[in-house]
Ligand binder design. Structure first.
Ligand SMILES: C[S@@+](CC[C@H](N)C(=O)[O-])C[C@H]1O[C@@H](n2cnc3c(N)ncnc32)[C@H](O)[C@@H]1O
Length: 266
């Protein structure tokens, strides 16, 4: 306590010294910290009211009603859910890829999880990762309200960076030795998109005979998204940009010619 009392008057001097010495870097760091804190606060407020609205107004067990109620909420409130426009583009990819194992980074209130789950084949499975414990709890409840069972999905409360090295153990026992995910949806933190893609590759969690990695782009032209796209564009080893929409980018990952089947399209 005494340390805080003594150092408080020195704070302005410390801030001025840091900013004059490390100018641009310190300002960028400060901006990122502020944006992160704002995102977290906005997310918390939004997830409670989104959950309350959807939980009380939708027909439980009816997946279409759950999605329509989310859309109704977003008509009159700010929302972090991907919404119907991006949702339809996502549906198209899921129908084309027909994945049996899907990874989602950034559960939020469960909107995109429900969208994904309703199109998976019987036996298909979704693992969704959410950093914030309260959000993870509320998102999981909405997925259950949509009529899905724990045998079909798992919500992991963790940062993506911490979750990725553990993911293999969450695949079904008979899938532990299999080829990983056929579809990955990243809608968490654009600064994590590239490190997480690299970590998924390192852990061999992307199916080598084909995996679509979808990146949601909320801040059009954001620097962080450019970083991952530049990375993919210069690669010549089976990782390429398949489609680039304004709000969503699809990266296609393929390490071998497709001789090894990753039981998508089951
Ligand atoms: C934009 S929302 C996701 C919306 C969701 N895809 C939907 O459409 O319903 C982003 C979520 O990612 C979570 N998040 C942010 N950074 C994360 C990280 N590093 N790892 C896991 N989750 C993260 C946030 O707490 C937030 O709930």
């Amino acid at each position: 306590m005494w340390l805080i009392a003594v150092s408080a008057p020195l704070l302005p001097a410390i801030v001025i010294t840091v900013f004059s010495r490390y100018g641009v870097k310190a300002t960028a760091l400060w901006r990122r910290a502020l944006a992160w804190a704002l995102r977290l606060m906005r997310g918390r407020v939004c997830v409670r009211s989104t959950h309350a609205f959807v939980f009380s107004k939708c027909t439980h067990g009816k997946v279409d009603s759950v999605l329509e109620t989310f859309d109704l909420y977003a008509d009159t409130h700010p929302s972090l859910c991907i919404g119907p426009e991006t949702g339809e583009a996502l549906d198209e990819v899921v129908r084309r890829v027909r994945p049996s194992r899907v990874l989602e980074l950034g559960t939020h209130c469960g909107y995109s999880s429900v969208r994904l789950l309703r199109l998976l084949p019987p036996g298909g499975r979704l693992i969704t990762v959410e950093l914030d414990p309260l959000t993870a709890e509320l998102g999981e409840e909405i997925i259950l309200v949509g009529g899905f069972k724990h045998s079909q999905f798992q919500v992991l409360t963790s940062s993506s960076a911490e979750a990725i090295p553990t993911l293999r153990s969450f695949l079904e026992p008979d899938q532990k030795t299999s080829e990983g995910f056929n579809l990955v949806l990243m809608d968490h933190d654009p600064q994590q998109y590239l490190p997480d893609l690299l970590a998924l590759e390192r852990e061999q969690l992307l199916c080598p005979s084909g995996c679509s990695v979808l990146l949601i782009n909320r801040e059009r032209g954001a620097e962080d998204l450019r970083e991952i796209l530049d990375h993919v564009r210069v690669r010549a080893d089976g990782c390429s940009i398949k489609t680039e929409l304004q709000f969503m980018v699809e990266i296609f990952y393929q390490k071998d010619s497709g001789d090894v089947e990753c039981d998508s399209k089951i």
